[in-house]
Ligand binder design. Sequence first.
Ligand code: HEM
Ligand code: HEM
Length: 457
Amino acid sequence: MPENPTRPATAAYLTARGFCLTSAAWMMMATLVGFIAALELVAPDLTANISWLLFSRLRPIHVNLVLFGFVTPGLLAGAFYFVPRLLRTELYSEKLGIVTVILWNMALVATMVTLAAGLTQGREYAEMIWPIDAGIVTAFCLIFFNFIMTVKHRNEKILYVSVWYALAAVALTTCTYCLGNVVWKPDSGSLTGIPDAILLWFYGHNVFGLLLTPLSAAAAYYIIPQVCRSPLYSHTLSLLGFWSLIVIYTHIGTHHLLQVPVPTWLKVVAIVDSIAMVIPVMAFLINIWYTARGKLGLIHGDIGGKFIFTGTIMYFIVSILGSLMALPDVQRVTHFNHWVVGHAHIGVLGFSGMIALGGLYFIIPRITGKPLFSLFLADLQYWMILIGVSGFAIVLTISGLIQGHAWLNGETVYRVLSEIHIYNIIRAALGLLIFLSAVSGFYNIFRSVFSNPGENP
Ligand code: HEM
Ligand code: HEM
């Protein structure tokens, strides 16, 4: 899709700027918490039972801050830039956008404070208590309203696939968030027994499948053709990928519960559709990779394109791993151990986190009208994250295999701890690298958005 030549590149884009800073700031906090949690796995007595630093409190803080503090706002920053541009109009309301950014940040602060204080619903990815849920759902509704009104006032008849993905991600997540957090039961935020587990993982999986994946795809579909200066390989394929993602991804949450007494038919649906995920995944990847065919030099020369293209390779890896992990025979080894944590970091950091950062570095020069404060720092962050996440993948997979085979042989947890100790140390060291990359990234993004001495290009 061509850029709109009539729109000044220096238009305010206040909402996009707000989400850029949100993402960069919370990435620092989230990775710091992840790093402390990793240190505790190396030295369990490190924080000597300070209640708010217990591993059980740090873990949900880390996970929720990476998902809702770093990755989602990073991807939303991109969407707040490209949705109006693709529709050849202004964002419906920048004021509403800024209110949304403030509300979003208030919810994140409340998340951190309440989880540290031990106030939790105790359900993975749905830990936040009801008032925070209300804030998050309101923020999603405001974003959807802003986007849909922008669509209504558009000057472009055709809705490019990135607009489809961005709108679907926000609309569907509003619904699945309410379902997964059982918002109609504010006191517990849960059902009971097996139905609760099924509903929770329907939602938990959709955080990746219907929020992070479509927002990441939206950014890649917009940015890769721009960087390659060529049209998208196939619009038909992009819509096939969109609809197959919506149809298939919504059915596979139960692959998290293969070891649980849920109905067998539900497990079969989840396993079959986990394999069928190859359709939307490859439809997306073939489209992006064919668009970039012969243009790798251009991608290498653009920091945003570089992050995003690497993100697509990580998507390929995480999806192959995911489909394999959904096979019961494989999951007997990979469940309940570091293998899954490795898969999670390849997906959330390697795929959507990389694409979120790529989106930020692509849009910042365009929303400020100036080059990045430091291309060197952005490139450094790229390499630090690539080394960090590849290292995570290797050490967590190895230690997961050690743990998984130990469980199969009836070994007890404590006897395996010494065998995976070295991997926990390497993982903490790699985590420090990623945290430092987040600090340098925040400095670079803050300076680029607020106090950039660079000249207009
Ligand atoms: C074809 C695509 C994918 C399939 C079939 C798939 C499959 C799976 C399976 C079977 C598990 C559960 C493993 C277990 O508990 O034993 C899992 C966990 C997970 N997946 Fe994926 N995955 C896919 C893509 C992704 C992507 C793209 C992301 C990130 C954006 C992601 C993030 C995660 C995370 C964070 C977990 C850990 C959940 C937990 O806390 O237990 N996955 N995946
Ligand atoms: C922005 C980058 C990061 C993202 C997107 C991310 C994402 C995640 C996710 C989705 C999980 C849940 C995994 C699961 O349940 O299977 C997780 C867990 C975890 N992450 Fe990260 N993470 C990031 C950086 C880090 C860093 C730098 C460290 C430091 C070493 C770290 C350490 C951990 C630890 C210790 C856990 C808990 C694993 C467990 O329960 O055994 N993460 N992270």
